[in-house]
Design a protein around this ligand. Sequence first.
Ligand code: NAP
Length: 330
Amino acid sequence: MLATRLVDTDDIQTVDATMPVPAPGEILVQVEAAGICGTDRHLFKGEFPSVPGTILGHEFSGIIVDGATDDLPLGTRVTCDPNNWCGECEQCRQGRVNLCSNNIATGIGRDGGFAEFCAFPAARAHALPSELDSLHGAFCEPLACTLHGMDIGAAKPGERVLIIGGGVIGLLAVQLAHLAGAQVMLLTRSEAKQKLGLALRADLAAGSEAQLRDHWKTGADLVVECAGVGATVAMSPRLTKTGGRIVILGVLPDGEQVPIEPFDLLFREIQMHFSFLNPFTHERAARLIAEGTITVDPMISRRITLEEAPGAIAAPALDGEVRAIVVPGT
Ligand code: NAP
């Protein structure tokens, strides 16, 4: 089968790979769609820990072709929760499965979904309706991560929520904040992404801090950083109202430091949180996508083949691009 392997840092190739054989307790899926995430580009550049030789792709869905269970019969469309928490380490025993010290994530530490077929634990599969657009399942994983961040932020009806970054995570956060009844502003530089944010139920969009201040002079009750950029993490406190909250979802390169002023955070009692992965949120994400409560179609910027995947991962996202989706077998 064809698969896209991270051979090493700065070396990614689509190769002829051995067909995976599901281990006991695993299912084999024929991959229908796999999204290229910012993390794949971080992995390629060596900015996120990786295992050389791994087939990447951690945002994917497909059809079960082997290893079916009573709950998940052959032919079921499923989304993969890539995080394989052990259930036994100290963090897992305390229910903090996203911090599992033994997590070997599918598509990061073990072979993932940039391939025609992928085997992964049946316990990490969540069913999707057969009538769902086959590309939409690829959005369950980023939605599950965004749900965790928005759960931490706990937006309330009527609050002002600022989402920074108009990529998939930001545009999903916009929709979740809207569903929570908040007034939502998207801050992102690209005009195309601002327009898309407004179409996806942001009340306001801004391209700069100055434009934001035109609308919200005292800032937001909740700021959700979804850009993964030092400058936007650093600006988050000054865009937050006194007594407000910040949730950082964006991933900065390992080792990068950002200036933060503890006196200001303390004197204005600003709560700064960090949100990592998707503890127990993948099932909710699958349901929200299956029911169409979250709109994902306008976020699909292009569909590409496995042969095109290395080039798309090695290069920055195209101007205005939100998600490139790899469609194996095309
Ligand atoms: P993305 O497609 O790269 O989106 C980030 C967006 O931020 C870009 O579209 C860019 O749009 C905007 N941006 C960049 N610099 C900016 C600036 N100075 N001011 C305002 N906006 C700026 O990435 P994504 O897939 O949505 O993911 C977002 C971040 O979340 C990444 O760092 C990713 O690694 C991380 N992530 C975290 C988790 C977690 O569990 N915490 C899970 C998944 C992903 P413009 O060009 O319009 O500004």
